[in-house]
Design a binder for this molecule. Sequence first.
Ligand code: ADP
Ligand code: MG
Length: 248
Amino acid sequence: MSIEIAGVGKRFGDFVALDDVSVSIPTGQLTALLGPSGGGKSTLLRIIAGLESADTGTVQIEGTDATKLPPQKRNVGFVFQHYAVFKHMSVAKNVAFGLEIRAPGKARVPLTAQRRDDRTRIQKRVEELLDLVHLSQFADRLPAQLSGGQRQRMALARALAVEPTVLLLDEPFGALDAKVRKELRDWLRRLHDEVHVTTVFVTHDQEEALEVADEIVVINEGRVEQVGTPDELYDEPANDFVMGFLGE
Ligand code: ADP
Ligand code: MG
């Protein structure tokens, strides 16, 4: 199983952002979309998420044609560089958000036994998630009381809350300083080894991709230049672009 992207094209006016992109992303893998700024990485990620529609081509997620499915039906978790957090809600409430809206019998239902069971289940899940991202002791704080790195870990917990089929990260550590970036990079690797969710993350940072990813998709000017493991990219760059880019 996998994410199968076949013949995906996307234009913005006359500008070709993605040109016939086909790539297969295996299940359970940590995959990086790597390339220079403006190359089409975010556009491709947004098309996988259903936040943007492709002009041509198809996206299959685990054997289901997702091409026309809205984001909420794709079961994807998403983390952006500047993650939208609910500032007035505690860390625990932020993580619970996706679970609350998914819980059956949500609004205007009296506090029945069923509803109490849902509450208990959600609380337990939030505790597990906060434990997973090592934020248990911060459950009752507000996001503003967390460091930038801790906030992105909270964002990851929130994205994982609904047990997504695919976790999509767009430059998740881009806004953080170098030391924290490095910490979170190692930390994402460890988290992935624990939960094994199919993960696609966008980065323009060669070192980040080479150190963290199982496999790298190099994207430039809307085209896939190469797909390979970090070793393969190093040992056998497909072309001058890849060689030059990795050498930077
Ligand atoms: P990357 O994430 O690799 O930096 P993007 O996918 O964000 O690249 O963008 C690829 C190109 O498409 C860029 O030149 C960008 O300006 C353009 N683009 C992206 N989204 C839009 C949009 N909504 N309208 C017009 N142009 C866009
Ligand atoms: Mg981008």
